[in-house]
Design a protein around this ligand. Structure first.
Ligand code: ADP
Length: 689
């Protein structure tokens, strides 16, 4: 209705204008009429256009043909004119109808494209993007072969990474063997010029490059470069059998898909780069040589894992410089390392890795098939494993070439500059880890040498104290003969000297005993003797040994022991040394005449021995360290008190080796009480460890 109304108004307007201007020629009107009908057909479709034609015919009859009674067709000429007009209108309507339908179809495909494009953009995984693009493209273009080439920046060539064949002639060919340089083939030209191409019949085009052995066929081809910003990602190519089977509309759609694919790939790449950076950082963190105790193979394995995580290498090996000056395989791995571990390579000499040792080489990217520089051993290995791309990463600590990682892929693979840089970063960190490990090894060697020295020292101490013991016994033997007058009367002055001689030799014997015991304990010797004995005897004897010293200082020593036996299982000699030490300290660290009480009894099923003095006491701060080897309280007043600081250490070692405990209670100026607590011997029981 609107159309007819519009035509009516326009026609009335035109009629009036023609009348006013006196245009007699019907043809002018016919032309305007055809144009108008065409416009209506384009805008509103075929139906309104036909309605408009009928309306025009009636109006023309009324306005433009000479007026007659009734419907105005009278002559043959009228019929011809009207007929021509209607035919012209019909032709225009049909033409408009067809083009409009195409337009609508194209729009529909565009809508479809709108539906699929978010799926292309959404994915962050390059592999997935390629699959989605192949799938989505099929929804809008009925291709028979889809090829997606990626631009390998390192090797400067186009590598086919996705091929989907949907017709027999395409399925027959192994397209993956195709590697195109810029400008090579239609794909190469599209990449070089960054322009898209529609070749209606490739068999007529000499630029087309096929894989070896493929017979050129009659087909249409679309080649569209994928570009974002300035960067070329690759080329999308579609093919369909038959000349002119792909159209310019297809080309436009493909251009849109290619642009989106490039964007998606750029996004995915950025995401992957961020992820890899995080991984690289974690790897570097894990390689920090904090854990000195990590075994060598574990360090190697971790380094290799770091490289594999980062590079997604199919196969990877780590070679490390060993003490023999050769590069040994430290670890192997990778996504496709065979489960039944293949034999490791033999160690490599310096000469065999010289090409990597060159300090100018920071990373070596190789195409094993064509790389002339690759040494024989590397080429042989990569050939055997069917490797298509390799990267060798030297690891240097300062000037030292400590090892290298070989990363290999069985598919065409290239690394972007920043990916390589990331790998180099890990290589640098790995070099530090390896170097630290070697340094630790050297350190360990030094520690072992020190331990050996220490062992020699202990052995010497043991021998020396042993050797001192015998002559000392002889000296003391003669001295006591002199003392008891068996060798005749002595003048009083000599007697006094003899007394001192006896005293000092007692002191010396004590010291020798302590040294001997310390040497034995440090040697890790267990209890040499394990017998049941009465602790009371040991204590009484020790008290008897110290009594002369106490009396010399006009002191007092009280001994109170249980009436019943205090049976202990262990070594009476060592326990005697322990008690001696406590008693001697009690005498030594009393400023005034010593007052010492020794008590021994059974309490709650255990034996308790207390040695109490009223001497100078021990500051609280020193209590915790008192039983450490060589520890002595640092007090200027004690400077002239002789000692070595091993007495209490020995006491604790001996008591603990008997399953007991030693403790102290003391206050400066009030004296000290040392308490030994020992288990009662259970007859027949094994000695405590
Ligand atoms: P040494 O007696 O050879 O110095 P010890 O290991 O027997 O070594 O004793 C360590 C330190 O503990 C002594 O130097 C002394 O300062 C302190 N000490 C030990 N026993 C007593 C005690 N009964 N009274 C005060 N201080 C003591």
């Amino acid at each position: 209705m609107a159309a007819i109304g519009a035509v009516g108004i326009v026609a009335v307007g035109l009629g009036l204008m023609a009348m006013a201007l006196g245009i007699p020629r019907v043809e002018t009107f016919l032309l305007v009429f055809v144009l108008l009908v065409g416009a209506i057909g384009w805008r509103l479709g075929r139906g309104p256009a036909i309605a408009a034609t009928v309306a025009f015919a009636l109006i023309s009859d009324y306005f433009f043909l000479p007026p007659r009674a009734g419907f105005g067709i009278a002559t043959v000429s009228d019929v011809v004119r009207l007929g021509t007009g209607i035919l012209a209108a019909a032709a225009v309507i049909q033409f408009v109808h067809v083009s409009r339908r195409q337009q609508i179809l194209l729009e529909k495909r565009k809508d479809l494209l709108q539906d699929v494009s978010p799926r292309i953009i959404e994915s962050l995984d390059a592999e997935e993007i390629l699959n989605t693009v192949a799938e989505a493209t099929l929804k809008v273009i009925d291709y028979q072969h889809f090829r997606l080439y990626r631009w390998d920046e390192a090797a400067e060539r186009l590598v086919l990474v996705k091929s989907v064949a949907r017709a027999e002639p395409y399925e027959r060919t192994d397209w993956y063997t195709l590697k195109l340089a810029l400008g090579q083939g239609i794909t190469g030209i599209a990449a070089q010029t960054r322009k898209s191409f529609l070749i209606p019949d490739v068999s007529q085009d000499s630029r087309m490059v096929y894989p070896v052995g493929t017979v050129p066929m009659e087909e249409s081809i679309l080649s569209v470069p994928m570009v974002t910003g300035d960067r070329l990602f690759g080329v999308l190519s579609l093919a369909r059998l038959g000349a002119r089977s792909l159209s310019t509309e297809d080309l436009r759609l493909m251009e849109s898909i290619a642009a989106q694919t490039a964007l998606a790939l750029a996004n995915a790449e950025q995401y992957a780069a961020a992820e890899l950076t995080i991984k690289a950082l974690a790897t570097i963190e894990a390689l920090q040589p904090t854990d000195a105790g990590l075994p060598e193979p574990e360090v190697d394995r971790r380094i290799l894992q770091g490289f594999v995580d980062l590079s997604q290498a199919d196969l990877a090996t780590l070679r490390v410089l060993q003490a023999d000056g050769r590069y040994h395989v430290g670890a192997t791995g990778g996504l496709h390392w065979p489960a039944d571990d293949v034999p490791m390579g033999a160690p490599l000499s310096q000469a065999q890795v010289a090409w990597l040792a060159d300090p100018r080489v920071t990373a070596y990217v190789a195409d094993p098939e064509s790389d002339a520089k690759l040494p024989e051993w590397a080429r042989r290995g990569t050939e055997l494993a069917g490797i298509k791309a390799s990267v060798f990463l030297p690891m240097r600590a300062g000037q030292r070439f400590v090892g290298f990682a070989g990363l290999h892929w069985r598919r065409p693979r290239w690394l972007r500059a920043e990916q390589l840089r990331r790998l180099q970063l890990v290589a640098a960190q790995a070099a530090i880890a390896l170097d630290t490990r070697q340094a630790l090894g050297r350190e360990r060697g030094r520690a072992e040498a020190l331990a050996e020295l220490e062992r020699a020292r202990r052995e010497f101490m043991q021998i020396a104290s042993h050797e001192l013991r015998t002559p000392l016994t002889v000296i003391r033997g003669y001295a006591s003969l002199l003392e008891d007058g068996s060798l005749g009367e002595m003048p009083p002055a000599a007697r006094q000297a003899l007394r001192t001689l006896m005293d000092k030799s007692t002191e010396m014997r004590g010291q020798v005993e302590r040294m001997l015991l310390l040497a034995r304990l440090e040697d890790g010797a267990g209890l040499p003797q394990s017998t049941e004995f009465d602790l009371r005897t040991v204590v009484t004897d020790a008290v008897d040994r110290v009594r002369p010293q106490v009396e010399l200082k006009q002191g007092q020593l009280d001994l109170k022991l249980a009436a019943t036996p205090m049976t202990v299982l262990g070594d009476p000699e060592r326990l005697a040394t322990a008690v001696d030490n406590l008693l001697q300290n009690a005498v030594k660290f009393s400023a005034e005449p010593p007052r010492i009480e020794v008590t021994g009894n059974r309490e709650n099923g255990r034996l308790r021995l207390l040695v109490r003095d009223h001497g100078i006491g021990i500051p609280a701060a020193a209590h915790a360290r008192l039983f450490e080897k060589f520890y002595r309280v640092s007090d200027p007043e004690l400077h002239n008190v002789v000692g070595t600081g091993i007495g209490l250490y020995l006491v604790r070692q001996v008591v603990e080796s008997h399953g007991g405990r030693v403790d102290v209670q003391s206050r400066p100026g009030e004296g000290s009480t040392f308490e030994i607590d020992l288990p009662v011997a259970i007859p027949g029981a094994a000695p405590p460890e």
